[in-house]
Ligand binder design. Structure first.
Ligand code: NAD
Length: 538
């Protein structure tokens, strides 16, 4: 077998495809794709682009015709751009019967997401292609292990989870079922690389690696909405401007389909026998019951004008310019990335920084409350290890900003019914002079975004600790597969494990819910002051 090469070793993705076009030396000389829908057509396009003669099958003649036309059109566009040879589309064949896949060394199944249908296909494909063929599934939620047991040679069954749309998304998640052998994994990897994909390896389980680690993105947002900490528009804005996410969770849920997201959440709960972190939220059930399914139904969390292609929201505002401190004396207390980042900005904005001495404003930016905060001035307190209310400072304003502050454009603020208006104004003014937009939200450890991102880190730590995937693959998976601005391991470094664990413990203390328990690996890493990707942790 040819030694697998990583597409990234070849430089750009287009070079990888071009170089591979017509490539000999691949283990797979003929590729089969089952199901010519959204995913199957895209996968067939990738197969031809990699230079592999590819047979596309769909039992519905019109679906087969449409899928093949889509794949050919995609290849022609790539040929115009010089990314594949003119003859790439000629590598595509169609088969109206499954028998047409005889002789394929690898078959990638992208049929509808129904377990019995897929098991039947795997049994039939074993007979048609023989036990030596590698059978891959593109399922997003069915355990690959349960499909492998339907095949004649379960060790030759593997998951190849492409992301939508397959020709554009750079990630491929290869899934090892309990029965999968090394040879099948190597074939999946080799073909994925020939298709120009960045590959992450996951073991079987709910959501595999990428969708599992991405769950807190929406789940935490739904909880914040349920608790009326903020509106869905505010939550989306906070994620975009505070965390650099391209889309907020409610925009994304509308795009994917609220019914689809609800089904995924139910399947996670079923497969995990009720893991509390993965339970669906009642809001999803009510939205589905009301027929508010997202963009496709014209109404979800937002309203859409299906006739117009216009975006549903105006562009985000630019943060104010840094400046206006005017020599005012500010005490910024605490250690860690938030405190350090604020000090740097405050200096830049023209404040005079004081340590402990009388100041006109006190900012307690430590992960835990400072023991001796100077009194007599408005207090702004980081809400990390507890709520603002639990801090016992009735006049304070709470805030949370997500490091690295160099990339954060929005700071969340919270207040108590007892917070005086001069403290509210002082908080708004202070963060504006530091160049941040602000958003007032309800009181919770980590406020909206910290609560979510710390749970992203926690979920990654659970997954790494349970051997679902490697730390580097988690970050690659979430950045390339889900378009996150950085992966959870990178977030954990930017925020600091003390801060992450403080928020999670604060959530546990506030809610006493099992979903907020800290992953053992994360707790160990924090205690031992190790990085989440330190192999000594495992
Ligand atoms: N759409 C996504 O975003 C996405 C992403 C990752 C994985 N997936 C998974 O990929 C698979 C396909 O999803 P899709 O979005 O392309 O669905 P789709 O509905 O667009 O396409 C499915 C195709 O399968 C065909 N089909 C029906 N019965 C069949 C049979 N017995 N044998 C072969 N083909 C049959 C249908 O005619 C249709 O063309 C599913 O398992 C899904 O979970 C989808």
């Amino acid at each position: 077998m040819a030694a697998p090469r990583r597409a990234s070793d070849n430089g750009t993705r287009s070079e990888a495809l071009g170089e591979r076009h017509g490539a000999r030396g691949l283990t797979v000389g003929r590729l089969g794709v089952v199901g010519a829908g959204t995913m199957g057509a895209g996968i067939a396009q990738l197969g031809c682009a990699a230079g592999i003669p590819t047979v596309l099958h769909d039992p519905l003649p019109e679906a087969l015709e449409r899928g093949a036309a889509d794949a050919r059109r995609g290849l022609e566009r790539w040929a115009e751009k010089g990314r594949v040879g003119e003859d790439a589309a000629g590598l595509l064949e169609t088969a109206d019967a499954l028998d047409g896949l005889a002789g394929c060394e690898l078959v990638i199944e992208a049929a509808p997401e129904r377990v019995e249908l897929k098991r039947e296909l795997f049994a039939q494909l074993s007979r048609i292609c023989g036990p030596d063929a590698v059978l891959a599934t593109n399922t997003s939620s069915i355990p690959v292990t349960s499909l492998a047991s339907a095949a004649e040679a379960p060790e030759n069954v593997v998951g190849m989870h492409f992301f939508n749309p397959p020709p554009l998304m750079r990630l491929l998640e290869v899934i090892r079922a309990d029965q999968t052998g090394e040879a099948a994994l190597a074939v999946a990897r080799e073909v994925g690389e020939a298709m120009g994909k960045e590959i992450v390896l996951a073991s079987d389980g709910p959501g595999f690696l990428v969708n599992r680690c991405g769950r807190p993105f929406s789940a935490a947002a739904l909880r914040s909405l349920q608790e009326r900490l903020a509106t869905h528009e505010q939550i989306d804005r906070v994620y975009r401007l505070g965390g650099g996410f391209r889309m907020g969770p409610f925009e994304l849920m509308d795009l994917v389909g609220i019914d689809t997201g609800f089904e995924v959440a139910k399947s996670f709960t079923e497969l995990s026998f009720g893991e509390p972190r993965w339970r669906p939220n009642q809001i999803q059930a009510r939205m589905v019951a009301a027929g508010r399914l997202g963009r496709k139904s014209g109404r979800g969390y937002y309203d859409y004008d299906l006739a117009a292609e216009a975006s549903h929201r105006p562009d985000d505002p630019e943060p104010p310019a840094v400046g206006g401190g005017d020599g005012m004396a500010v005490a910024i207390l605490g250690a860690g990335p938030v405190a350090n980042g604020l000090r740097e900005r405050a200096r830049e904005a023209g404040y005079e920084l004081r340590e402990g001495a009388p100041a006109e404003l006190v900012v307690d930016a430590g992960v835990r409350p400072a023991e001796h905060a100077p009194g007599g001035a408005p207090l702004l307190a980081l809400c990390a290890d507890r709520t603002l209310a639990a801090r016992g400072e009735p006049g304070a304003v709470g805030f949370h900003a997500l490091p690295p502050l160099t990339e954060c454009r929005l700071v969340e603020l919270t207040r108590l019914p007892t917070t005086p208006s001069f403290a509210v104004e002082a908080a708004e003014r202070f963060f504006a002079t530091l160049g941040f937009l602000t958003e007032w939200v309800g009181d919770a450890p980590g406020l909206i975004l910290g609560r979510s991102v710390c749970q992203l880190v926690n979920e990654a730590a659970f997954a790494i600790g349970e051997g679902v995937g490697e730390p580097g693959d988690v970050d690659t998976g979430l950045t390339l597969g889900l378009n996150h601005p950085r992966g959870p391991v990178a977030w954990s470094r930017a925020i600091g494990l003390d801060h992450v664990v403080a928020v999670l413990d604060g959530l546990w203390e506030t809610y006493r819910e099992e979903r907020y328990r800290v992953a053992p690996l994360l707790r160990r890493a924090q205690t031992l002051e190790l990085d989440l990707d330190d192999t000594r942790l495992r």
